[in-house]
Design a protein. Structure first.
Length: 108
């Protein structure tokens, strides 16, 4: 059985590097409790792990170095993206997308 370390580590790489970017971004992020910090790191790592390879493929940056740089950057800014999306979802009104729904939550 031939174990190739690069083959084993490559799928984990963007997640770990994205987590490192998210840890760096904690210096500038709101969230004082450990639960909030852990959630921020998880969001940055997950977004980096799934979005970085796709972004690198889209922009034709298929080297390992560019994938790692993209993962760190997405991890760095990913938690801010998730926080902004969460605020947007919380402030969203159903009537913005479904005109037959009234603002008070009932249907017309």
């Amino acid at each position: 059985m031939d174990l190739d370390p690069d083959r084993l580590i490559r799928p984990i790489g963007p997640f770990a590097i994205g987590a490192a970017g998210a840890i760096v971004s904690l210096k500038f992020a709101p969230g004082s409790s450990w639960q909030e910090r852990l959630t921020n790191i998880s969001a940055g790592a997950l977004l980096a792990g799934f979005a970085s390879p796709a972004l690198c493929h889209y922009f034709s940056m298929d080297t390992a170095e560019m994938t790692n740089a993209m993962a760190f950057t997405v991890g760095l800014f990913g938690m801010n993206f998730v926080a902004s999306a969460w605020v947007w979802v919380k402030n969203m009104q159903p009537s913005d997308f479904f005109p037959w729904v009234r603002r008070n939550g009932g249907s017309s």
